[in-house]
Design a protein around this ligand. Structure first.
Ligand code: AMP
Ligand code: GLY
Length: 424
């Protein structure tokens, strides 16, 4: 098979590596990819949200399947575009159509979906400019901290958690009346604060059947001890020790089954990944959010633990025979530590030469924001590389990642030295 992967991050490098290990692969293409994917696949320098360019690539390289990494092309309807095109309609796309992608594209839609299908989540109400005063009144019925969410995609910045009622009212006004997050905050979801420990569970579904993928915990803050600004993710661990069988059974019964059934009942033919952000509140799982793709850097620990052939699983998704596919996961722990550009997640410089990553032993280097220039690998983004390792324990695995990180350098390289600190 020839497979095209859309995206350019560590997640996409992890997909590329995993797919490249299948003996069903003939050629692999990544658009646009990075300096890591170019070593094991062919990078195609196009924009994944330019569907005409995607089509051209698919036809030119006789692509048999498309795997979508990030949410943007899904929310913009890449899967629908394929189905509506005579030449593309029989080429499977791994990732939901526009209707399913609304689970991530609209917080209001996802809250309505959860309410309708009795899926545990924080109590909420949604407001617009015209109902601003009602929004302020609703805030008065809640206790601090207050959670405000822009309805639409806001590059991970659309959620505010505020300690004072006055501040919450002021921010609500900013979002609704002054378009703090542009169009994305023309509707705002206000919800109850959930007090617990966060983790994520990933599901691969063909719309009827599903496989529960390994759980993972992501470290989102830039600073050690979970302090400072939010990032795309500074590291991840899988499995999550406190997500034991009893807890995961609750997740499957109360959340995964009703989600997959609910999609089917609502006539949403969903074929792809569901990333369920959860809060463990005293042993009970609540959904914080759905994403319609894999997480980054969670993918860099989840996929390496899957021992089955990912192409085979994807074929099951495409033909709705996922139930017949074998699926195995190693019991070993995987950890990943993200190397980032100094300054990230605020302004940072690019174009720094990266050295030493080719001397890494006993870890996997997943490239994220990297590119090639004059035979060197240089930085091209905030998150630069994820260093993944296996171990019998979190500590063993992390030790390998950190030992290898000592060999890697680029100007102003930064990373968190305490990934997993709360779990060890
Ligand atoms: P989201 O973009 O929905 O994942 O929200 C970003 C982050 O805000 C989450 O990862 C949580 O840490 C936090 N968060 C979102 N909703 C809640 C909630 N209802 N209670 C507590 N924390 C929340
Ligand atoms: N690491 C969080 C995300 O991918 O959304």
């Amino acid at each position: 098979m020839n497979i095209l992967i859309l995206g350019s991050g560590g997640r996409e490098h992890a997909f590329t590596k995993k797919l490249s290990e299948s003996n069903k692969i003939n050629s692999l293409f990544v658009a646009p990819g990075n300096a890591g994917t170019s070593k094991i696949a062919t990078n195609i320098n196009i924009n994944p949200t330019n569907f005409n360019q995607v089509k051209e690539t698919v036809l030119q390289h006789a692509i048999d399947m498309v795997v979508v990494g990030p949410e943007a092309p899904l929310v913009a309807g890449v899967h629908d575009f394929f189905l509506a095109d005579e030449e593309l309609k029989n080429i499977p796309v791994i990732g939901p159509k526009k209707d399913g992608a609304e689970l991530e594209g609209s917080k209001d839609f996802s809250k309505q979906f959860m309410e309708k299908h009795n899926i545990p989540t924080a109590r909420y109400q949604s407001f617009t400019k015209d109902t601003l005063e009602a929004g302020k009144s609703f805030l008065e019925t809640l206790e601090a901290p207050y959670v405000l969410k822009a309805d639409g995609l806001a590059a991970g910045k659309g959620v505010l958690i505020l300690n004072s009622l006055d501040e919450a009212k002021a921010e609500l006004t900013e979002m609704l009346s002054n378009q703090k997050f542009g169009e994305a905050s023309s509707t705002v979801v206000i919800e109850e604060f959930l007090d617990g420990i966060e983790l994520s569970v990933f599901v691969l579904t063909d719309g009827k059947n599903y496989k529960v993928l390994p759980s993972a915990k992501d470290y989102k803050r830039i600073g050690e001890g979970d302090t400072g600004l939010n990032t795309g993710g500074m590291g991840a661990i899988s499995p999550v020790p406190f997500a034991d069988d009893a807890f995961l059974n609750k997740v499957e019964e109360r959340i995964i089954k009703p989600t997959v059934d609910g999609l089917q009942k609502d006539g949403i033919d969903y074929r792809g990944f569901i990333f369920i952000g959860l809060m463990n509140v005293q042993g009970d799982p609540f959904v914080i959010e759905y994403n319609v793709r894999m997480g980054d850097p969670e993918t860099e620990v989840v996929l390496p633990r899957i021992q089955s052939d990912l192409v085979d699983l994807f074929e099951g998704v495409a033909s709705q025979t996922l139930d017949s596919k074998s699926y195995e996961v190693t019991s070993q722990t995987a950890t990943t530590v993200m190397l980032v550009s100094g300054g990230y997640p605020e302004a940072y410089e690019k174009g720094k030469e990266i050295t030493g990553f080719d001397t890494v032993e006993n870890s996997i280097v997943f490239h994220a924001g990297t590119t090639e220039k004059d035979g060197n690998v240089i930085t091209s983004g905030g998150r630069v590389m994820a260093i993944t390792s296996f171990g019998d324990t979190i500590k063993d695995a992390l030790e390998k990642s950190y030992t290898n990180i000592d060999k890697i350098s680029f100007e102003k390289m930064n990373y968190r030295k305490d990934i997993g600190f709360d779990l060890i």
